[in-house]
Design a protein around this ligand. Sequence first.
Ligand code: SF4
Length: 363
Amino acid sequence: MKQRDLNANELEDLQQSLLKWFKEHQRKLPWRENYEPYQVWISEIMLQQTQVKTMLPFYRRWMEALPGIREVAEADEELLIKLWEGLGYYRRVRNIRKTAEMICNEYGGQFPEQVAELLKLPGIGRYTAGAIASIAFNQPAPILDGNVTRVLCRVRKIEDPPQLGDVGKELWRLAEAWIPKEEARNFNQALMELGATVCLPSSPNCLLCPIRQHCLAFELGKVEAIPASKPGKVPRQRYRACAVIRCNKKLLFSKRLENSLLEGLWEFPSVESDTKKKLKGTLEEHLERNYGIKVTLGKEIHQLEHRYTNFKTRVGFYPVTLEVPGKKSNETTSWVEIPKIEDLALPRPYRRFIEWYLEQFRN
Ligand code: SF4
């Protein structure tokens, strides 16, 4: 499970690339205006189980009614519940009230800065303590939420489910080791922001990713398969072999048949099986029979894994270069100029392959 760590130069490059990206692309959010600890804390509690877009109206309404921690400590519980209405998990709002009272009574109204102290407060666990310490106080404290977990697993190609104890420990270790000491606030937020806006659970925008050159999952075509789902579910394994047939500056695509999964989408000429055995030979026969292309396929140029609901597929790509196109375009077969591939409706694994392919063979 454990990969070689990034070396010092790689880590510095990753940190700087991510920080630069965050500076340019971060969303404008109210608590980012002055990083007031009270605002950071409320935003973090509200964001548990909720996306930013959904929680923003609740956050604004709360801050209008309760602009400081003393107002929370002194507010009627009924008012707090009313302001929380719609966010669910009402235990959180009761803990907010208890924490506000503790801070006002025991800490002179000031949030503690250190994780160990923050952990003593009701409703504040390891993640929230790290978030308050780093975002409000710029302390080099790690954070690990779903977004950060996904980014770390993909960048370091951690293929075991993150819920496993050892994997969790390794992720916390990485989250801490990667923080540039003076830039914890921005770095932690950058990791979270990348997970929330670019490194999405499905269809991540790898081409827009500032740390793509350090991402092992991207390099090895495993983006869709990482992070692994919870232990217990073992999806059926399938294998697919695809021919990437190029003639001049065009690639050959065929249309998925009616009544098949992903019907109507375009794909490379391909064959699929429950076993890897003889798949390459089957693809050669398929090309000859259906496209009039007689070739001996060489080595795969790329492979990737894709997970569907009930099964996963390992897809291998074999290059074929033709001097003349042979088969002409028709309703179900199309030679597509490389810049126009973007307009095609492609299944996700093929889109991901094309992103990789264009980086390698644009000309
Ligand atoms: S390259 Fe893709 S998978 Fe890797 S971190 Fe970036 S967005 Fe995520």
